[in-house]
Design a protein around this ligand. Structure first.
Ligand code: PLP
Length: 466
C-alpha cells in the first residue's frame, strides 16, 4: 500500500508531460488537443495500473512520450475501418455487405477528390440531372424503359409506394409482409408512404382469387415482395410474378415488385435457387421493380428502381425523391460496377461479389492450402471442407460448399483466439465451429494472407507458454 501511494505521488502531471522533449513533434503531427487528450489518457491508464498493482516504477519521460505518441496515433485513426472477413459470408450485413470492385472504388475516389459533372451536361454546357447519369446504362443492361437510383432499397420501396399509391390500397400477400433487418417492415413502410395496406391470403398460401376478391375502386397497385431473408417450407403457394402481371393488366392496375437482392442478369455459377433476377423479372412486363445496389449486384449501397417511363417520371417528380437522393460517390461506384455487366465473363472477373460466389470448391481448397502454409508455424493448422452461406439476409438456407483453415484448440483456446484476432489492429472476424476456430477463405482477399500470418504470430508470441 505504501509503495502504491508513493508511486501515485510520483505520477507525472499532464502539463509537465506536454513539456517533455519530443512532444512538440507529436503535436505538429496530431495537433495540440489530441496530444493533450492522449497525455491525459496515458496518465489515467498509468494510475489504473498502479492501483491494480501492475506497476513497480514510473516510466521515464522518453517512455511516456512514446506512449503518448502511440495514443495520439490511435485517437487520430478512424473507428470506421477495414476489417478482414474470415466468416465466408459474402454479403455480410454487419461487415458492410458488398465489396466494390477496384475500378468502382477508384471511380468513387476520383469524383470525391475533384469536381464532377454530377448535375452538369458537358455536351450542352448547362445544368444537367444526376438521374440521367446511370439511367441509360441501366436501361441498356436490363431492357427497362426508364430507371432511377435512390439511397437504398428501403428508400426505393418507400418512394415507389408513395408515388404510385398514396391514399389508395396496395394489395400484398400475407406471406410477403416481411421484416428485413432491424426496422424495415413492409407494413410500416406502407404506412409511412401514405398507401393503405390490403393483406390477402394466409402466411403460407395465397391464391390469385385472393387478390381478385379485394380489388376495387380503392385499389392503387399490386405489390410483390421477395421474401429474401426467410423461407417458408412445406405447404406453400405464392403467386408467380407473371400471373400477377396478367391480373394487373386485366384490371388496369400497376404491379410493383420489391426484389430485394436482385442478381442483375443470369451469371454462370451464381445461380441461387429462389433468388429473382432483374432482367428475367422485367420480361414478365411488371411495371416497376426495385432492388439493392449492395446485395447480389455487388455495387455500393443504393436503391435501383426500373420500370415504365410514366411511372419512373412520377417517382422522379415526387418531393421525397430529393430527400432520398444518392450521393456522387455512390453514383460513380454504381456506374462503374454496372459497366462490368455488359458481358457475363467481365462481370465475373471484375465484381468481387460474383467472383466470390462463383468460386469453385477446388479453387477454394487450394486457396485454403496457401493460407494454411503461411500459418504452419503455429502447429495444429489444417484445411477443412465446410458449408457456407451467401449472406445474412440473402438466400436463406442456401448452403454452398466452402473451404476453411482450422486452428485447433491445442494452439490456443478458440474463444480467446477469436477475440485476439478481432481486437487486432486490422480486425479479423472469424467463426468457431465444433471447438475449432475457422478462417473461411472465400471472403478473404489473398492480399491479406500476410496480415493474418503476422497477426497470428504476434498473438501467439504474446501468449504465455503453457
Ligand atoms: C434487403 C431488402 C430491402 C432493403 O434494402 P436496403 O438496400 O438494405 O435498404 C428491402 N426489401 C427486400 C425484399 C430486401 O431483401
Amino acid at each position: 500500500m505504501q509503495e502504491k501511494n508513493e508511486l501515485l505521488r510520483k505520477l507525472p502531471k499532464v502539463d509537465e508531460l506536454l513539456m517533455v522533449r519530443g512532444i512538440q513533434l507529436v503535436e505538429q503531427e496530431y495537433g495540440h488537443t489530441t496530444v493533450l487528450l492522449a497525455a491525459r489518457n496515458t496518465v489515467d491508464e498509468l494510475r489504473a495500473e498502479i492501483l491494480a498493482g501492475g506497476r513497480e516504477r514510473i516510466p521515464s519521460d522518453t517512455e511516456l512520450a512514446v506512449q503518448i505518441a502511440q495514443e495520439a496515433q490511435r485517437m487520430s485513426s478512424p473507428t470506421f475501418r477495414k476489417v478482414i472477413n474470415a466468416t465466408g459470408v459474402v454479403l455480410h450485413t454487419n461487415l458492410g455487405r458488398a465489396r466494390l470492385s477496384e475500378k468502382a472504388a477508384r471511380a468513387a475516389y476520383d469524383v470525391a477528390r475533384g469536381y464532377s459533372n454530377l448535375e452538369y451536361d458537358i455536351g450542352r454546357g448547362q445544368r444537367g440531372s444526376r438521374h440521367s447519369l446511370v439511367s441509360s446504362l441501366l436501361c441498356e443492361l436490363t431492357g427497362a424503359e426508364d430507371a432511377m437510383v435512390v439511397n437504398n432499397n428501403a428508400a426505393a420501396v418507400l418512394l415507389m409506394l408513395a408515388a404510385m399509391a398514396a391514399g389508395r390500397e396496395v394489395v400484398v400477400s400475407r406471406g410477403e409482409l416481411v421484416e428485413i433487418g432491424g426496422s424495415f417492415r413492409v407494413p410500416d413502410i406502407m404506412t409511412l408512404s401514405g398507401a393503405v395496406l390490403r393483406e390477402v391470403g394466409t402466411t403460407n398460401r395465397t391464391h390469385l382469387a385472393d387478390y381478385q376478391r379485394v380489388i376495387g375502386e380503392q385499389t392503387g397497385a399490386l405489390l410483390k415482395v421477395h421474401t429474401s431473408n426467410f423461407r417458408v417450407v412445406g405447404f406453400t403457394q405464392e403467386i408467380e410474378l407473371a400471373a400477377m402481371v396478367e391480373l394487373g393488366k386485366s384490371v388496369g392496375l400497376p404491379v410493383l415488385y420489391d426484389l430485394g437482392g436482385g442478381l442483375l442478369r443470369p451469371v454462370e455459377g451464381v445461380s441461387i435457387p429462389g433468388e429473382p433476377c432483374v432482367t428475367e423479372s422485367l420480361k414478365t412486363g411488371v411495371d416497376v421493380v426495385c432492388f439493392s445496389g449492395d446485395k447480389l449486384l455487388g455495387g455500393p449501397q443504393a436503391g435501383i428502381v426500373l420500370g415504365r417511363r410514366e411511372y419512373i417520371e412520377r417517382l422522379k417528380k415526387h418531393p421525397l425523391a430529393r430527400a432520398l437522393r444518392v450521393d456522387k460517390m455512390t453514383l460513380a461506384a454504381l456506374e462503374t460496377t454496372l459497366l462490368s455487366y455488359r458481358d457475363e465473363d467481365v462481370a465475373l472477373r471484375q465484381v468481387p461479389t460474383l467472383q466470390m460466389l462463383a468460386a469453385p470448391q477446388d479453387e477454394l481448397m487450394d486457396k485454403a492450402k496457401r493460407l494454411a502454409a503461411l500459418l504452419d508455424f503455429a502447429g495444429g493448422v489444417s484445411v477443412v471442407e465446410e458449408e457456407g452461406q451467401v449472406g445474412g439476409g440473402t438466400a436463406p438456407g442456401h448452403i454452398i460448399p466452402a473451404a476453411a483453415v482450422a486452428i485447433a484448440a491445442s494452439v490456443m483456446e478458440p474463444e480467446r483466439l477469436e477475440t485476439q484476432l478481432r481486437l487486432w489492429e486490422m480486425p479479423i472476424v472469424a467463426r468457431i465451429s465444433r471447438d475449432t476456430l475457422l478462417l473461411d477463405v472465400r471472403t478473404i482477399d489473398e492480399d491479406d494472407f500476410g496480415t493474418i500470418a503476422a497477426c497470428l504470430r504476434q498473438v501467439l508470441d504474446k501468449e504465455p507458454q503453457a
